[in-house]
Design a protein around this ligand. Structure first.
Ligand SMILES: Nc1ncnc2c1ncn2[C@@H]1O[C@H](COP(=O)(O)OP(=O)(O)OP(=O)(O)O)[C@@H](O)[C@H]1O
Ligand SMILES: [Mg+2]
Length: 254
């Protein structure tokens, strides 16, 4: 479903950064190769600045690779960005909703960007608000919604067009324990034979409860890809927590 080959991304530095770092550009992502199938939830973990958000943005076509290709169901995403966007739902770490519009108006707006028909939009909002339990604040303005309500709306926005690849960058960041649990339930419910869910997180209990597969990124490189059991075995640990610590400590890549 998702195939990543030799993916690299460099950022040109501004004058101040050049002076500080003594180089003209930095490689945030270096030669990532991955193949991920449907019907699974994949957790992407790694230190701050490891390159996770950059990789997720590359997958959505929001960033263009410096080198490498990304294919969804065999099609290079850059060859047809509209088709790509129709297949992907993205919850970024800084998704912006329209604060003066209601939840329903926001969802309708984004659905129209995907060229959905009015009757389909109504039906899909009804489905999502029932399954994700937000019918009670559908007509509230985003301004008046709590962080948890806004994040639910963000996830609903990403699901409005029934994508086959759902990508979430730290979906529970800033949420309280109850709201985070709800977000995790929603993510779990997306796992099916036609789709792939890929999320980044710093919370290992989320990896433990949700992930069928772990991708560990350090210094822009993929240092591990496999099941949680393989992860603990590979890093010679008896818990996911210890394995993740060993992964960070051992991953001094050049
Ligand atoms: N637009 C940019 N210009 C220059 N450098 C960038 C840019 N975006 C990201 N970087 C750099 O790329 C590297 C990877 O950043 P990225 O945000 O992908 O990390 P991350 O794994 O998501 O970290 P976190 O866990 O803190 O969210 C960092 O060194 C970051 O400073
Ligand atoms: Mg990030």
């Amino acid at each position: 479903m998702l195939e990543i080959n030799h993916l690299s991304k460099s950022f040109k530095l501004n004058r101040k950064q050049k002076k500080q770092q003594g180089v003209n550009e930095v490689f945030a992502v270096k030669n990532i190769n991955l193949k991920l199938g449907t019907n699974q939830i994949v957790a992407m973990i790694g230190s701050n600045g490891a390159g996770k958000s950059t990789i997720l943005r590359l997958l959505t076509g929001l960033l263009i690779p410096t080198v490498g290709t990304i294919k969804i169901n065999g099609v290079n995403i850059l060859e047809d960005l509209n088709a790509t966007r129709a297949q992907i739902g993205f919850v970024s770490d800084n998704t912006q909703l329209y604060h003066r519009l209601t939840v329903r108006e926001n969802l309708t707006f984004f659905a129209k960007l995907y060229k959905m028909q009015d009757s389909d939009i109504k039906q899909r909002i009804k489905e999502l608000s029932q399954s994700m339990q937000f019918d009670d604040f559908l007509d509230k303005k985003i301004n008046d919604c709590s962080t948890g309500m806004q994040q639910k709306t963000n996830i609903a926005r990403a699901l409005i067009h029934s994508p086959t690849l759902l990508i979430l960058d730290e979906p529970t960041s800033g949420l309280d324990i109850k709201a985070a649990q709800t977000a995790l339930k929603i993510i779990k419910a997306q796992k099916n034979e036609n789709s792939l869910v890929l999320f980044s997180t710093h919370h290992l209990h989320e990896v433990e409860t949700l992930a069928d597969h772990i991708v560990a990124i350090e210094q822009g490189q993929c240092v591990f890809s496999g099941t949680p059991n393989e992860f603990t075995a590979f890093f010679k640990a008896d818990s996911l927590y210890q394995a993740a610590l060993n992964c960070v400590n051992n991953s001094t890549v050049n």
